[in-house]
Design a protein around this ligand. Structure first.
Ligand code: SAM
Length: 263
C-alpha cells in the first residue's frame, strides 16, 4: 500500500498527533491516539473511523492496514506512511507499534444511558490512575457491563496510557462523565441496586443483593469513597482481606465487584 509519505518531525500532521499526549490538546480537539493495528481495527470494526492513520513501512503490506486505510479515507481522514523515528516520537517508545490511529473521543450524556440495557454498570469516583481506569474499561467490556461513569474530577480515559490499558475496549464501552451532584440526582431513578465499596463496611460483598441492573460505585485510590458518596448507595460492601494488605488495587477490586454483581 502506498499512502502519502512523511519523513519530517516538523510535518504539521505529525506535530498534531504528538501533541495529543497533552490533556489540554485532547480536551480542545476531542481527539485521542490508539496504537497498534489490532486496536485501530477494533475501532474501525465498531464504527469509529480514524481521522488520521500513520503507519510504518513494515506494516504497509498487511491486509488489515488496507482495511483501516480504506475506512480512514472513506471518512475523509489522512493516511500517511511515516518513518520509524516518527512512530517512536509519536508513541514516546523506542519500540513503537507500526500503526497509530487518531480517533474522535465519545462521551455519552448521563441522561441518554439505558440502565436496563445491561446487568451491571460501573461508576468511578475521582479515579486518578490511567492504568487503573483503562484496566477497568477492559474488565467492564469483558463482563458485558453497560458502561463506565466517571464521577467528579477523574483522569482522562483517552490518555495514551489509559487507552493502552484498555487493549481495544476503549471503543466498546460507553463512557460518561458526571459531577457528584449530577450523579446523585440521576441515581435517584436507578431501577436496580446501587452498591458502594468501603473498607469499613460490615457487609461481605458476596452476601449483598445485586438487584439488576446493579450499579457498582468505586472510590478513589487514595481517599476511598467519601461518606456523601457512600450515602447514595443502597448498601456498602467490603471484599474480605485475609493478609496484611489494607486494601486491594482499585482495578482488581472493581473486577471482583463486577463479577459478583453479574454472577
Ligand atoms: N485508603 C483508601 C480507603 O481508605 O478506602 C483505599 C482506597 S482503595 C486503594 C480504592 C478503592 O478500591 C476503594 O475506594 C474501594 O472502592 C475499592 N476497594 C479496595 N479494596 C477494597 C475492599 N477490600 N473492599 C471493598 N472495596 C475495596
Amino acid at each position: 500500500m502506498t499512502g502519502r509519505a512523511v519523513t519530517s518531525l516538523s510535518n504539521p500532521t505529525v506535530k498534531a498527533v504528538r501533541a495529543l499526549h497533552l490533556r489540554k490538546e485532547r480536551d480542545e480537539t476531542g481527539l485521542f491516539v490508539a496504537e497498534g493495528l489490532k486496536n485501530v481495527i477494533e475501532g474501525v470494526d465498531t464504527g469509529h473511523a480514524p481521522t488520521i492513520l500513520l503507519y510504518g513501512r513494515d506494516a504497509a503490506d498487511h491486509p488489515l492496514l488496507r482495511k483501516a486505510a480504506q475506512a480512514t479515507a472513506a471518512a475523509g481522514g489522512e493516511v500517511i506512511e511515516v518513518t520509524q523515528d516518527i512512530l517512536a516520537k509519536v508513541s514516546r517508545r523506542d519500540n513503537p507499534q507500526a500503526v497509530v490511529g487518531v480517533f474522535q473521543q465519545v462521551f455519552r450524556p448521563l441522561d441518554t444511558l439505558e440502565p436496563l440495557a445491561a446487568p451491571c454498570w460501573v461508576a468511578l469516583h475521582r479515579v486518578r490512575d490511567p492504568g487503573n481506569l483503562g484496566t477497568i474499561v477492559r474488565t467492564a467490556d469483558a463482563a458485558g457491563c453497560g458502561g463506565v461513569i466517571l464521577v467528579g474530577e477523574c483522569c482522562d480515559p483517552y490518555s495514551v496510557e489509559a487507552v493502552r490499558a484498555t487493549m481495544g475496549s476503549i471503543f466498546a464501552v460507553p463512557l460518561t462523565r458526571a459531577s457528584e451532584s449530577e450523579f446523585a440526582a440521576w441515581r435517584e431513578a436507578w431501577p436496580g441496586s446501587v452498591v458502594g465499596t468501603l473498607l469499613s463496611a460490615p457487609i461481605d460483598h458476596r452476601s449483598a443483593d445485586y438487584r439488576k441492573p446493579a450499579l457498582i460505585l468505586m472510590g478513589n485510590e487514595q481517599q476511598g469513597l467519601p461518606p456523601e458518596m457512600a450515602a447514595l448507595c443502597d448498601v456498602n460492601v467490603k471484599i474480605p482481606m485475609r493478609g496484611r494488605a489494607d486494601s486491594l488495587n482499585l482495578s482488581v477490586a472493581t473486577g471482583i465487584m463486577i463479577y459478583a454483581a453479574t454472577a
